[in-house]
Design a protein around this ligand. Structure first.
Ligand SMILES: Cc1cc2nc3c(=O)[nH]c(=O)nc-3n(C[C@H](O)[C@H](O)[C@H](O)COP(=O)(O)OP(=O)(O)OC[C@H]3O[C@@H](n4cnc5c(N)ncnc54)[C@H](O)[C@@H]3O)c2cc1C
Length: 469
């Protein structure tokens, strides 16, 4: 049962050893807490390890991997209410419900994460403006607190803990069962509309104008010269109305949804990342992005088409292990959230700074967001820009300095950050963005549910405690 494992983040840019336990029942979670307490160790929680930073590692301490608690406990196909254990993945969830005409209302850009991990980060999808975060669709959850107490929380019962644990990055308690409302669908396809925009200003404006679509997202190019920075391809998508799909049962079928194993029926997808690796450098990415943009502006411009829910939502899953194309140093993603009033100038400044430092982002994604009621929230009425950066031995120090400088631009523009994607924040920056009141409320709840400070992670120590547990 007990063993030391080298655990990585999703981007393979950080690794840390931990004593990994994989409970199958809540009683075992309690036992692990008790054993940790007796041995003076701390416990960190881990789902599928899809966070980009250090949220799911706990150097030299216990890591409770929740993936074996993956049972679907109850499903009502009439109401769309489902109860699951925390290790059920987003992929497992949609596959289970889709044939009854339901879909998870909020999903991240990959189907690998667990529901427990998604709640802890309070993930958003490409529909954040329209549907909010995943937490807004949770009816109730049961959690085990480090004190050994089991609690049930909902928006009306143990309300304070409900709004703190969702988004609380696994620092307050362990989700052991979750009840959620799914979304009724009348087709397994979405109607997608794609078009190109020539610069950042118009990309952001287009996203804002289209925000009332069911989904809206944009790819932006962070590699061209100044005036074209932020050009890209925008996508909106809408659910089909009842009756629009003449044979919904066909489009609900997993065979219709599941992503093919080969590209164009020829190249096995499993090896695709190896072909991408030689071109993952500043010149190769600039050339690839330019080609993609030109295609989008010509052949792909103002195109409307049907696409399966899986293909639209989990585009990144098309190329398994794509992150390995970044090479042995891996990648860091940096996602910042800015109010709509300051977003353009701040993002333009950030993209220019990356270019000036010769550290351009290889992938940029913009989304439109709305604020939510959770205590630790990354969201606001504005935009997010997620930037992927390659990491190498040579660039690591310069990259971390760049991220620190980007943090200052975000803070000055009244922005926020997202712990699931973070690798660079320190406690001062965290309290600047969350505010003293929120930090104090979080500490007060932590003290109440975990007086011994048993639940910790590398991210928690880095962002909340100046490295001291
Ligand atoms: C390709 C890709 C695309 C992504 N796209 C998006 C996106 O569009 N939107 C978005 O919001 N995020 C996105 N993410 C981030 C991802 O959805 C989150 O990091 C999510 O939390 C990962 O879930 P996980 O199961 O892998 O959890 P982990 O990464 O293993 O852990 C995440 C957090 O959850 C905590 N945790 C895990 N299980 C439990 C539990 N049972 N109880 C309490 N806490 C627990 C951990 O302690 C940790 O703090 C993306 C990630 C990748 C790799």
């Amino acid at each position: 049962m007990e063993r030391v494992v080298r655990l990585e983040n999703f981007g393979h840019s950080f690794a840390a050893p931990g004593f990994v336990y994989r409970p199958t029942h809540p009683e075992q979670v309690e036992e692990i807490f008790a054993a940790a307490g007796q041995n003076g160790l701390h416990v960190g929680l881990r789902g599928a390890g899809r966070s980009y930073g250090d949220a799911a590692t706990n150097t030299g301490e216990i890591v409770m991997d929740m993936q074996r608690m993956n049972r679907i406990l109850d499903w009502d196909p009439d109401t769309g209410v489902i109860q699951v254990e925390p290790g059920v993945t987003i992929g497992q969830l949609w596959e289970y419900i889709i044939e009854d005409g339901w879909w998870p209302p909020v999903v991240p850009g990959t189907m690998a994460p667990t529901i427990g991990g998604c709640l802890a980060s309070n993930v958003h999808g490409k529909n954040n403006w329209k549907a909010g975060t995943i937490g807004e669709h949770v009816l109730s959850f049961s959690a085990l607190l480090p004190s050994g107490q089991q609690v049930t929380c909902s928006p009306t019962k143990n309300k304070e803990l409900f709004y703190a644990m969702i988004g609380g990055m696994g620092i307050l308690g362990v989700f052991v069962s979750i009840r959620m409302q799914m979304k009724r669908i009348y087709s397994g396809d979405l109607e997608v509309y794609a078009w190109a925009e020539p610069d950042l200003e118009r990309s952001l404006a287009a996203l804002d104008e289209a925000k009332d679509s069911d989904y809206v997202v944009g790819w932006v190019d962070a590699t061209p010269r100044r005036s074209r920075l932020g050009r890209g391809q925008m996508h909106t998508a809408r659910y089909l109305e009842e009756g629009e799909d003449a044979s919904p049962l066909r489009s609900f079928r997993p065979q219709h949804q599941i992503l093919p194993d080969t590209i164009l029926g020829l190249v096995p997808k499993a090896v695709t990342w190896r072909f991408m690796r030689p071109v993952m450098n500043n010149l190769g990415v600039w050339a690839g992005n330019t080609g993609k943009y030109l295609m989008n502006r010509t052949l792909g411009n103002h195109k409307r088409y049907l696409q399966s829910l899986v293909a639209f939502n989990f585009l990144l899953d098309y190329v398994p292990d794509w992150e390995r194309a970044y090479g042995p140093g891996g990648l860091i993603q940096y996602q910042s959230f800015l109010p709509k009033e300051t977003a353009h100038d701040a993002y333009a400044g950030m993209l220019q700074l990356c270019k000036r430092r010769r550290l351009p982002s290889y992938l940029g994604v913009i989304k439109r967001h709305r604020p939510d009621d959770f205590l630790i929230s990354h969201s606001l009425d504005g935009f997010s820009l997620a930037l992927d950066f390659p990491v190498s031995k040579r660039s690591r120090t310069r990259l971390l300095q760049l991220l620190t400088d980007l943090n200052q631009i975000v803070l000055q523009a009244g922005g926020r950050f997202y712990f699931a994607k973070d690798s660079s924040l320190n406690p001062t920056e965290v309290s600047q963005y969350l505010g003293q009141k929120t930090i104090a409320a979080f500490r007060r709840i932590k003290e109440r549910v975990d007086p011994e400070g048993l639940l910790q992670s590398d991210l928690y120590r880095r962002c909340f405690t100046d490295g001291v547990g």
